[in-house]
Design a protein around this ligand. Structure first.
Ligand SMILES: NC(=O)c1ccc[n+]([C@@H]2O[C@H](COP(=O)([O-])OP(=O)(O)OC[C@H]3O[C@@H](n4cnc5c(N)ncnc54)[C@H](OP(=O)(O)O)[C@@H]3O)[C@@H](O)[C@H]2O)c1
Length: 257
C-alpha cells in the first residue's frame, strides 16, 4: 500500500497573475482555500484589493496580498519580484495566467502594435516572470511554475492566429524550462483551457454562431467555468503532481479530442 500524495497547499507561498477576475481569480481562491498564501497580481490595484478582502474574510486570516503589476513591462516585473523577496522571502508556486488578445480578425490585417502587445504580455511576460521565479526556486531547491496556455496553442483558432502563436510559444517555453529546471528541483507545467466563461472569452460566448460551433465540437456540449480550471492548477502546484513536469493538462470538455 503506497500513501497517496497530498493536494494540500498548506504553508505554500504562491503568486497568480491575472488574479482580479476569471480563471486567475478562481485559481487564487482555490489555492487560498487549500492553505496557501497568495500574491494576487493584475494591473488594477482596486480590483485586486476587492478579491484579497474576500479571500481573507473567507479564510479568517490574511492569506492574500494584492500587488499591481503590468506583466508585459520588464521594470514592473522586476519591482514585483523585489516586493516578493522583501515581503515574503520565498516563492513556491508561480501561475502565469495574465494574457492579452487585443485583436480578433484576419491575420493579414493585424498591425504591429497589436502583434507586439500580444507577444509582450503572453510570451515575454510569462518568460520574464518565469526567470524571476526560477531564480528564487533554485535558491530554495524546489518550486512549481504553471503556465496557463490555451487549446489555441495546440490547434490555432481562426481570427486568433497571433494569440494562438503566443500560446504555442507558452507550451514550448513550458517544455524547454521543464528540461532545464527539472535537475534543479523546479517543475514547469502548462494548463490548456478550452472555452471558459470569462470577460476574455465574451466575444466568443456572446456570439451565438461562434458559441454554437464550439459547443457542437465539444463532447461535454458546454463551455467551462473558471473553477473547473482551478483544480488542474491545485494538482500541478501540490505534492500530488511531484513526478509531473513538462506536461500540458488540457481542460476543454473534450474539444481537442
Ligand atoms: N476564457 C477562455 O475561454 C480561455 C481559454 C483558453 C485560455 N485562456 C487563458 O486563460 C488566462 C486567463 O484568461 P481569463 O479568461 O480568465 O481572462 P479575464 O477574465 O479577462 O482575466 C484576465 C486577467 O488578467 C489580467 N491582466 C490582463 N493583462 C494583464 C497584464 N498585462 N498584466 C497583468 N495582469 C493582466 C486582468 O486584470 P487587469 O485588467 O486588471 O490587468 C485579469 O485579472 C489567459 O492566459 C487566457 O489566454 C482563457
Amino acid at each position: 500500500m503506497v500513501d497517496a500524495l497530498s493536494f494540500s497547499l498548506d504553508g505554500q507561498t504562491t503568486l497568480v497573475t491575472g488574479a482580479s477576475r476569471g480563471i486567475g481569480e478562481a485559481i487564487a481562491r482555490a489555492f487560498a482555500h487549500r492553505g496557501a498564501k497568495v500574491v494576487l497580481v493584475s494591473r488594477k490595484q482596486d480590483a485586486l484589493d476587492a478579491v484579497a478582502v474576500s479571500i481573507n474574510e473567507a479564510a479568517g486570516e490574511e492569506r492574500a496580498i494584492a500587488i499591481a503589476c503590468h506583466t508585459g513591462k520588464p521594470e514592473a516585473v522586476a519591482a514585483l519580484f523585489d516586493a516578493v523577496r522583501s515581503r515574503l522571502g520565498r516563492l513556491d508556486v508561480l501561475v502565469n495566467n495574465a494574457a492579452a488578445n487585443p485583436y480578433f480578425g484576419p491575420a493579414i490585417a493585424i498591425d504591429d502594435k497589436a502583434f507586439d502587445f500580444t507577444v509582450e504580455v503572453n510570451v515575454k511576460g510569462y518568460f520574464r516572470m518565469s526567470q524571476q521565479a526560477a531564480r528564487l526556486m533554485i535558491e530554495q531547491g524546489a518550486g512549481s511554475i504553471i503556465n496557463v496556455a490555451s487549446v489555441a496553442g495546440i490547434s490555432p483558432g481562426e481570427g486568433m492566429v497571433v494569440y494562438s502563436m503566443t500560446k504555442a510559444a507558452v507550451i514550448s517555453m513550458t517544455q524547454g524550462l521543464a528540461k532545464e529546471l527539472g535537475p534543479r528541483g523546479v517543475r514547469v507545467n502548462a494548463i490548456a483551457p478550452g472555452l471558459v466563461e470569462t470577460k476574455f472569452a465574451s466575444a466568443l460566448i456572446d456570439n451565438p454562431q461562434i458559441h454554437q460551433t464550439w459547443i457542437d465540437a465539444t463532447p461535454l456540449r458546454r463551455h467551462g467555468q473558471p473553477n473547473e480550471i482551478a483544480g488542474a492548477a491545485v494538482y500541478l502546484a501540490s505534492e500530488a503532481s511531484s513526478f509531473t513536469t513538462g506536461a500540458v493538462l488540457v481542460c476543454d470538455g473534450g474539444a481537442t479530442v
